[in-house]
Design a protein around this ligand. Structure first.
Ligand code: AMP
Ligand code: MG
Length: 427
């Protein structure tokens, strides 16, 4: 374990209200990666963050080979024979020829088969005509360049080259690339361990009876799924009611065995804010007022080496704050660097008036305009308790602090939920 992943009281700021960019800059400067790593079989490596440099141990492909089914020959012979060559060999994939191609002849060859010594060019089967005989003669059309349809050894990856660097979150194509070098295991940073807590006397877990004034615990499920999308292991600390002693005990225990503690609810200035008091008593906690909508109050704190993130209780605000702030923090802690997605710029299909001075995140729905081009409209209603707005949306529309209006046809910034690892909407 590293000595400490966090600078002392690292989330402290003397600012009462932070802009989105200030909050990101503060988080980026303060969170360091977990450095422990483990070796896993390649089949289990997808979505993990690479902790080693992968240097190609050998060329990929290993040998010159053909990209097509057809006939291989030396380009010089092709020119000299005016494209008529006796077929003297047959080479299938996985069965390299034992001998070189005799001068002035061609080899019938199949995709992936190793080029015989003496051949440098391949004609596609579909372009050739065969005259039957003993041996048959292949007629190759004119105009083939030397090296046509030949794949060179090492053209995908050269032996000794750095294929992948530490910090990369492995995507399917990366795992495939590692497999292509013959490596069967890979060293990755260990998965982060998050403890998830819902708070509030009114919160009830699904599956239980409910009475007026109570609310089912949507956030636990919402946040569990988001953490799973970020490849973080989740411990469920349940719903914590307002018992200061119990809360303090449970949080202290969780902080000792987790990298991050994520709570939802109880971050406004309420008298029943025992959870916040507990974090403050066990370590430190800073309530940030962010100049954003939805999700104004968010808290960041620490209990020892455990980061404590306090998300707002309203599900939409919790979701938006998780994507905006918790996701990059998790990415940095997980070894992949402080990642924030690059917004797309898409024409708006809505009109909107906005207060200046705060950043707004509207729920955006992608559509085709009359020409079939992508435009984004806004979900009709704004309430930050409306989970339906998240369900119907494809991502977040970002409206900058200084923006006061959007007119249909203007370009707006848009971040698809898929940028956060959430699968795309199918209906
Ligand atoms: P709070 O931040 O605790 O003041 O909560 C703000 C709103 O979010 C209240 O209407 C809560 O009932 C609601 N809320 C808090 N926690 C959850 C939860 N886990 N699931 C669904 N709604 C919640
Ligand atoms: Mg509450």
């Amino acid at each position: 374990m590293p000595d400490s992943r966090l600078k002392d009281d690292c989330f402290a700021t003397d600012r009462e209200c932070l802009t989105h960019a200030e909050a990101l800059a503060l988080l980026k400067a303060q969170v360091a990666p977990v450095v422990d790593s483990e070796t896993v079989p390649l089949i289990a490596a997808g979505g993990r963050v690479l902790a080693e440099e992968i240097v190609a141990p050998r060329d990929v492909p290993l040998a010159d080979n053909t990209a097509v089914d057809g006939y291989a020959f030396s380009h010089a012979d092709y020119i000299a024979s005016e494209g008529r060559l006796p077929v003297a060999m047959r080479i299938a994939a996985g069965h390299p020829a034992g001998t070189a191609l005799a001068q002035g002849t061609a080899a019938q060859i199949f995709t992936g088969a190793v080029m015989p010594p003496g051949a440098d060019t391949v004609a596609m089967q579909e372009d050739c005509r065969i005259d039957d005989g003993e041996p048959p003669i292949v007629n190759v059309p004119p105009g083939l360049k030397q090296g046509a349809n030949r794949r060179r050894a090492g053209e995908d990856v050269a032996a000794g080259s750095a294929l992948l660097v530490p910090g990369l979150r492995l995507r399917p194509q990366d795992v495939g690339a590692i497999a292509s070098t013959g490596k069967a295991e890979v060293t990755v940073y260990r998965r982060l361990r998050a403890a998830l807590v819902s708070t509030g006397d009114e919160i009830v877990r699904p599956g239980n009876p409910i009475a007026p004034g109570q609310v089912f615990d949507a956030n636990h499920y919402l946040l569990s799924e988001l953490l799973a999308a970020a490849n973080v292991a989740v411990s469920d600390l349940g719903v914590l009611a307002d018992d200061p002693i119990l809360i303090r005990e449970r949080l202290a225990e969780a902080a000792a065995s987790h990298d991050i503690l994520i709570t939802s609810g109880g971050v406004s200035h309420g008298g029943e804010d025992h959870l916040a008091d507990a974090v403050a008593a066990l370590g430190s906690r800073h309530l940030w007022q962010l100049a954003i909508k939805p999700g104004r109050p968010v808290s960041f704190g620490q209990i020892g080496d455990c980061v404590a993130v306090g998300l707002p209780g309203n599900p939409v605000a919790a979701f938006v704050c998780f994507l905006n702030y918790a996701m990059p923090v998790l990415s940095a802690m997980g070894g992949a660097g402080f990642q924030t997605p690059i917004p797309y710029r898409i024409p708006a299909a809505f009109d909107f008036a906005k207060k200046p001075g705060r950043r707004e995140f509207l729920r955006g729905i992608l559509e085709r305009d009359a020409d079939g081009h992508m435009v984004v409209k806004k979900f009709a209603r704004d309430g930050s308790a409306l989970i339906s707005s998240l369900r119907e949306a494809d991502g977040l529309i970002l409206l900058a602090e200084e923006t006061t209006s959007v007119a249909a046809g203007e370009t707006v910034e848009f971040i698809p939920f898929s940028a956060y690892g959430i699968a795309e909407r199918t209906l």
